[in-house]
Design a protein around this ligand. Structure first.
Ligand code: GAL
Length: 681
């Protein structure tokens, strides 16, 4: 497997694993900077993200720039062995921008213009914001791109986090331009949006509006297109910054920090534009394994966004955040375990928000590498210990995760399925988690791909609740099964096309032959309502929740049937041979145990196995380099857990200990077991 260290992508990056965090020197007197760099050296920091929220300091008045302080801090960091992820500083526009251009502030769906005093207070289509950002990008690029310390550029910050939808007049007119490009004529728009329903037909382009506050249900086509338009507008910010920067610094390497499976931003299209993927992960320690799995999913997604190339965990917290209603502390060892979880799934950078906890402002109670207490307590000690260990792990950088299973998620589908007036209010991210979590428990590597991804490298595809599917996407899935692949799809899949028009004649309209069945009716269940399933060949009944479909089999074979109400005796989980492959349909939400069993049976048939065996809560992942591979063992349980290394024999690179056989691993403990690929044959 070809290794791709981040340094091969952005040559000015330090060798090995990146370690550091958001550094906000603009909040501190220069005397503190001296202490900062001393502590950074002590902690093993080799990389910081700089100037993310510095626009007002860099350009205090329109067109008047002050780079003196940034010159000094960049030189200081470089002298102390710290490389820089330099921000374009556009995440929080200065007060003067909205004073001189009030229309740059976003407008909510009720028509209320939002105020300054927080951050991300811009309309994504504001010309003043875009022009101001481009000017700043060029100034920064021209001044710093050639500095040896500036290894990477951090575009904006979490674009779309707060400012994801604006309903102002600029957006309305840009939306019409976007629609004209897409539909060409109003007739096509009317047809696509189904405006013959409720007398919604448009006769003039000027009549078309953003889906602002309305009397009742909004037109789904209009809502879907507006979400797509907003996604494109936000992506336009990213692309605009790259273009401005590369005008003055053509070789600049760029990244931007994503937000996991963030509903409003289709990262499959975004991350094509950047050189390195990065994201911010904030699992809630109060949720135990729940959020650990969400973090795992995010890591798999961000690794897959750039075809398996290592990514950067750009933000996490050392201790506790400040933005939940109750902000639980990470237990001793938990920050380390979560850091290694990211690395286990392909991250070559372990970064934090933030370096030093603020004295003032809305995030003063957010954890940091140097907390309010100072550098003598537990937090900084753990930070230094981790930094020391990461220095030994350069050999891991660039290694990759071989995955034979594709887990399909789709933002387009998320937008469509979550529009109101469906059989029930679907929470797509929750359904995705229902189908992903058993994979996490089974410790099987998966790539998280979009519905348009090439599937040739995979033997199994899992696509839960793919409500919206185009002809091409169905065609690709069909071909995958025909050629011998195994496809698993769940309830409420293949129902509508990309216009949100339903495929008639029973669902899933375009895949009925692949699954050998047709969905006739469905029953959404209330939160505490269940049905139950009899699994063929097994005497125990198991519960199912959320959604139950009534299937008519046309060639498929039932693997499980419902046992309650008038659903009793009707098939709920089926399999169908199609071409040289197999298509499994899951018409309800089975219990996690049953789903795990279904998955593991299928994986065993396809010769896919976890690298070792362990108690649930222990994460096992293998990264492969060119000559060696690394088994990551991360115990997320706070108590001891059992591991059986099966045929793995190697050395723990964290402490040099030889590893084989079985052991009981302490709570939150981690091992990275290295073996040469030659020894495996
Ligand atoms: C991120 C953001 C940071 C900081 C952090 C707090 O969403 O990028 O600037 O606000 O959250 O957890």
């Amino acid at each position: 497997m070809l290794a791709t260290p981040l340094k091969a992508i952005a040559p000015k990056l330090p060798t090995g694993i990146l370690y550091g965090g958001d550094y906000n020197p603009e909040q501190w007197p220069e005397a503190i900077w001296m202490e900062d760099v001393r502590l950074m050296r002590e902690a093993g920091v080799n990389f910081v993200s700089l100037a993310i929220f510095s626009w007002a300091k860099l350009e205090p008045r329109p067109g008047e720039f002050d780079f003196g302080w940034l010159d000094r801090v960049i030189d200081l960091l470089w002298k102390n062995g710290v490389s820089i992820n330099l921000a374009t500083a556009t995440a929080s526009p200065p007060a003067w921008l909205s004073r001189t251009n009030p229309e740059s502030l976003p407008v909510d769906e009720n028509g209320t213009r939002l105020s300054i005093g927080s951050r991300q207070h811009y309309c994504p289509n504001s010309r003043a914001y875009r022009a101001g950002s481009a000017r700043l990008c060029k100034k920064l690029g021209g001044r710093y791109a050639h500095h040896p310390a500036v290894a990477l550029w951090h575009l904006n910050n979490e674009i779309g986090c707060h400012s994801h939808t604006c309903y102002c007049e600029t957006c309305a007119s840009e939306f019409r331009v976007w629609l004209k490009n897409k539909y060409n004529t109003l007739e096509t728009l009317n047809e696509s949006w189904g405006t013959s329903f409720w007398s919604q037909a448009y006769g003039e382009w000027e009549e078309v509006q953003p889906p602002r506050k309305m009397m009742t249900f909004r037109n789904p086509g209009q809502v879907l297109d507006y979400t797509r338009f907003m996604n494109d507008s936000l992506r336009g910010i990213l692309v605009g910054e790259i273009e401005a920067l590369r005008e003055v610094a053509p070789d600049a390497k760029v990244t931007t920090n994503g937000l996991g499976f963030w509903r409003k931003t289709n990262y499959f299209s975004w991350y094509k534009h950047v050189d390195i993927a990065a994201w911010d992960s904030y699992p809630d320690p109060a949720n135990g394994p729940g959020d650990v799995r969400t973090a795992a999913f995010g890591h798999d997604l961000f690794r897959s966004l750039r075809s398996g190339q290592p990514f950067i965990l750009m933000e996490q917290v050392t201790s506790q955040v400040n933005w939940r209603s109750v902000n639980t502390l990470k237990a001793p060892g938990q920050m380390r375990a979560l850091s290694y979880q990211a690395m286990a799934r392909g991250s070559d950078g372990i970064m934090f928000f933030q370096w030093r906890a603020s004295e003032a402002g809305a995030e003063k109670f957010h954890g940091a590498m140097v907390p309010h207490y100072g550098p003598t307590g537990r937090i900084f000690r753990e930070v230094c210990e981790l930094g020391g260990e990461l220095k030994k792990l350069a050999c891991v950088s660039g290694s990759r995760i071989p995955a034979r299973i594709a887990f399909v998620v789709s933002w387009e589908n998320c937008w469509a399925i979550e529009i109101e007036s469906k059989p029930t209010q679907f929470d797509y991210a929750a359904i995705v988690a229902d189908f992903y979590n058993p994979l996490w428990e089974l410790n099987i590597a998966v790539d998280v791909v979009g519905p348009d991804a090439a599937l040739d490298d995979y033997v199994i595809v899992i696509a839960p609740a793919l409500y919206q599917i185009s002809q091409e996407q169905s065609g690709r899935l069909k071909q995958f099964v025909e050629k011998g692949g195994a496809l698993i799809m769940s309830y409420f899949s293949g129902v509508s096309d990309e216009r949100d028009h339903v495929g008639l004649g029973g669902y899933p309209a375009t895949l009925k032959d692949v699954f050998g069945l047709v969905v006739e009716e469905w029953q959404p269940l209330r939160p505490n309502e269940t049905n139950s399933l009899e699994v063929h060949g097994c005497s125990k009944q198991v519960s199912c929740t959320k959604f139950c479909e009534l299937l008519e089999l046309r060639g498929a074979r039932a693997l499980a049937t419902y046992t309650q109400s008038f659903f009793a005796g009707r098939p709920a989980i089926t399999t169908n041979q199609y071409g040289r492959g197999e298509a499994l349909y899951i018409a309800t939400q089975p219990s996690p145990e049953l789903l795990r069993k279904l998955y593991s049976d299928l994986f065993a048939q396809r010769n896919l196995h976890a690298p070792a065996c362990a108690d649930i809560g222990v994460e096992l992942m293998v990264r492969q380099g060119e000559t060696e591979e690394f088994l990551f063992v991360v115990n997320h349980n706070s108590s001891k857990s059992k591991i059986d290394y099966a045929n793995w024999k190697g050395v723990d690179i964290l402490n040099g200990q030889p590893i084989s056989g079985t052991e009981s691993l302490a709570g939150f403990a981690v091992r990275i077991v290295q073996r040469s690929l030659e020894s495996v044959g």
